[in-house]
Every structure is written in C-alpha cells, then in structure tokens.
Design a binder for this molecule. Structure first.
Ligand SMILES: Nc1ncnc2c1ncn2[C@@H]1O[C@H](COP(=O)(O)OP(=O)(O)OP(=O)(O)O)[C@@H](O)[C@H]1O
Ligand SMILES: [Mg+2]
Length: 301
C-alpha cells in the first residue's frame, strides 16, 4: 500500500514513554526509522534477508498452528557496540509495517531494560509481569505490534551464570516471567514481533536464544562497508559545508577505507566529525589529512 494511503492511519492508545519501563512508543511506519535503515550498510544483503525472513515468518505464523511450527516472532541481533543493531531493529520495524499490510495500524514499543531491572526485592519480577502480562498484551490485542528489547541481556540474563549474590532469586524470577510472557504473546498474537539486541551474546539466557526464530550476528563493516559509511557521512556534512566535498574524491575515500580497518560504523561517523574539528575549527576547510589523522586516532583508541 502506498504511504499516501497510510496517512492518518495512526495507532491510538499508545502507552506513555517514561512509564512502566517504556522507552518509546509510536505508530509505524516512521520516517526517522526509515532514514536510519537506509543509512546502514551491511554486506551480503543481510538487511534484505532479515526483512524477507521476518515478513515470511509473520505470514506463516498467521496460518500454521504454533504446535506445528513454533515460531515466536523473536529476532535476536548480536554484535559489538556501534555496528548498527538498534538502528537496524528500528528500521526493520518500519519496513515490516510497510510491507505487511491488511492487519490495521502497527505500533512500535521500545522497552527500557534498566527501568525493569530494579534491584529492590521482588520488583523486577513484578515489573516484567506487568509489562508482558498487561501492557504488551493489551497493545497486542489492539493490533500488530513490534517490541524492541534493546540490551536484552539486562532482562534475560543467563540464569546459569548468576552467582547467588545480589538478589539472584528475583533475577531468576524476572527471567522466568519474561520467558512466560514471550511465550504467551507468541501463542496468542501472531502479529507481534519481538526484536532483541545485545552486545553480549554469552550473557543472554539460552532459553531466549532457543526461542529466537533468527539470530543475526551484525558484523563490523568490511572495507566496502567502511567506504560507504564514510561517503554517506561526508556527503551529509558536505550538504551543509560544501568545502567538505573534496573528501568525496574517489582516491581519498579509498585510502580512508583502507586505513580504518576494525572501526565500527559509529566510530567511523564520529571520525568525520573529529576531522572537521581541524586546526581552523571549520568543516569548510577540512582536508584529507585531517580525515586520515582522525581515523588513525580512532583506530588507536
Ligand atoms: N553498518 C553501518 N552502516 C552505516 N552506519 C552504521 C553502521 N553501523 C553503525 N552505524 C552508525 O553508527 C551509529 C550507532 O548505531 P547503533 O546505535 O544502531 O549501534 P548499536 O549496534 O545498537 O550499538 P550499541 O551496541 O552500542 O547499542 C548510528 O549512527 C549508525 O548509523
Ligand atoms: Mg544499540
């Protein structure tokens, strides 16, 4: 369905961010999420495969019984900090709302894991139960829903790795409650998609990994990826400061991509900003030497 037809197709009754462990709540599709998605460069058609699999699974879940095909609608994105996991997850939520039609307006809810993982006895279990059992259940009844569990290891901590200090019983109970909640949502609501991200794949409870329909390791960008990220960042700076256009020279980009091995997308983008903080403090006068030096410094940090 074209976007124009979706105009006014807004999801009402969303929860208030900042309450009940909710970091963000909005209707989908969402233009800023879409812009984030298109700014992420991943090799090997990873984004496209992710979208295809999730869309296909949603179709399967709508028609094939859970007992035959236990799809939980859970996708786990793992990888080092700054490789684009959160941006991809939000972008995927937007894309899914655009390509999977006929279910009514989609909602997006992002959980604040730290608000749930409280240290006071019994509270995190209760918060998790309230979140899954009431808030998300109610939202799922209203229509299709994408839930983002960013830094999921905070909620679904690996129980086997817990020592019996620092309130572990409550943590155990909170993890159990989250798993029960996920199972219930998956069985009752085939149009609920849960996107989970983590920097620490080893710290996640295996029961969550087992429920994931797809586990995607988001890689640090390769040479072509680094070049594309640098080009995108520099082009955006040059749109405001045309003097920076000289950095878009093919040879400059090639060399910059070469010397930035190992840098993640976030640091690559920040290196462009660091290059602009040259001796003139003027992005109009940024040079290729500024860029190489900034990348070198980033790589050494
Ligand atoms: N592969 C990539 N292509 C383009 N931009 C990228 C890529 N990876 C990261 N970025 C940029 O880096 C920034 C950080 O991305 P994001 O917050 O999604 O990373 P993350 O993996 O969730 O990090 P963290 O684990 O620290 O939460 C964003 O501005 C994003 O556009
Ligand atoms: Mg993140």
């Amino acid at each position: 369905m074209p976007d124009s037809k979706r105009a006014g197709h807004v999801r009402h009754g969303l929860p208030e961010p900042g309450t009940h462990g909710i970091a963000d709540a909005r209707s989908l599709p969402d233009e800023s999420f879409e812009a984030g998605w298109s700014s992420i460069f991943l090799a090997g058609g990873l984004k496209e495969r992710l979208l295809q699999t999730v869309a296909s699974n949603l179709r399967l879940r709508a028609t094939v019984p859970f007992e035959a095909l236990p799809l939980h609608g859970v996708v786990l994105l793992t990888g080092l900090p700054g490789v684009g996991k959160t941006t991809v997850a939000r972008g995927l939520a937007d894309k899914i709302a655009r390509v999977v039609g006929g279910l009514g307006p989609w909602a997006f809810i992002e959980i604040d894991p730290h608000a749930l993982a409280s240290s006071s006895l019994g509270r995190s279990q209760r918060s998790v139960e309230e979140l899954f059992g009431q808030l998300l259940e109610e939202q799922a009844q209203r229509g299709p829903l994408v839930v983002l569990l960013d830094e999921v290891e905070t909620i679904l901590t690996d129980r086997a790795a817990l020592s019996m200090e620092a309130n572990p019983i409550d943590v155990h109970r909170a993890v159990d409650a989250a798993l029960v909640g996920l199972d219930r949502l998956a069985r009752r609501h085939p149009a609920v998609l849960v996107l989970a991200t983590s920097n620490f794949a080893d710290a996640i409870d295996p029961a969550l990994s087992s429920r994931a329909d797809m586990i995607v390791q988001v890689p640090v960008p390769d040479r072509d990826g680094r070049r594309a990220i640098l080009e995108h960042t520099i082009a955006s700076v040059a749109a405001a400061f045309p003097g920076a256009k000289q950095l878009l020279d093919r040879a400059v980009l090639d060399h910059a991509a070469e010397v930035s091995d190992g840098l993640d997308g976030r640091r690559l983008r920040k290196a462009v900003a660091a290059a602009c903080a040259n001796e003139h403090c003027d992005p109009e006068r940024v040079t290729s030497a500024d860029l190489y030096a900034a990348l070198q410094t980033m790589a050494e940090q």
